[in-house]
Design a protein around this ligand. Structure first.
Ligand code: ZN
Length: 226
């Protein structure tokens, strides 16, 4: 869904920054060693993301949520576009790149608006009001998911009537386990993806196409049927 909104993938030659691979920077050891460089990279990513807007797929999910008795979006995207589109019930499994947090327990959280100017030149590593170092509130390589988010996602998958699996390569666990959990609990599983994925064969229904095209059609169909 992010790619259709113009969010760079940070994979391949287009996503490289000073020849660093994402996994070299998005990890706790890199941040402990050189927080200024990691922050510089995140500011570059935020600048490249700042013009991305929700696409018709995001909007269709908001429309479905408004009419469904119970509907939650569980996302691995960190761009915050579901929230900006208006999705209310939302689990951002990998965090949100527009948010910072410190290492206090519980952490203090700082929210940013896409496009806002940050005092990067003055403050290479931003500090929290408590004096601790701030970091982007995203899940890095080698880090586990927030247990509350994971429990919430599993609870939803195991009580859902329908699970839409939208535009993910379905290879990143534990999120990739959610379709199997939903199926075992009796849900109908629907994959929406232009390409086949490792999970395509286990889906009840496969809709081949881009999420920005298929989701609005699904939403229109649901309006006619309701
Ligand atoms: Zn703090």
């Amino acid at each position: 869904m992010s790619a259709e909104s113009g969010v760079p993938t940070f994979r391949g030659p287009d996503g490289l920054w000073r020849s660093f691979r994402p996994e070299d920077l998005a990890n706790p050891e890199a941040f402990a060693r050189d927080p200024a460089t990691v922050w510089e990279w995140y500011r570059w990513r935020r600048r490249r993301m700042s013009s991305a807007q929700p696409n018709p797929g995001h909007v269709a999910l908001v429309s479905i949520e408004r009419r469904a008795p119970r509907f939650t979006v569980i996302t691995q995207n960190v761009d915050g576009l579901h929230a900006r589109a208006g999705t209310r019930s939302l689990i951002e499994l990998h965090g949100n790149i527009w948010r910072d947090r410190c290492c206090a327990e519980p952490p203090h959280v700082v929210h940013h608006e896409p496009g806002e100017q940050e005092p990067a030149a003055v403050e290479p590593v931003p500090l929290c009001r408590c004096g601790a170092r701030l970091r982007p509130d995203v899940v890095w390589f080698g880090e586990g998911l927030d247990p509350d988010h994971l429990e919430g996602a599993i609870e939803i998958a195991s009580t859902a009537d329908v699970l839409l699996v939208v535009g993910t390569s379905s290879v990143v666990y534990p999120a990739a386990a959610l379709p199997a959990i939903a199926r075992r609990a009796g849900a109908t599983t629907i994959e929406i993806n232009p390409d086949a994925t490792p999970l395509s064969g286990e889906m009840d229904i496969v809709l081949r196409g881009r999420s920005g095209e298929v989701l609005p059609q699904l939403d229109a169909l649901a309006v006619r049927c309701s």
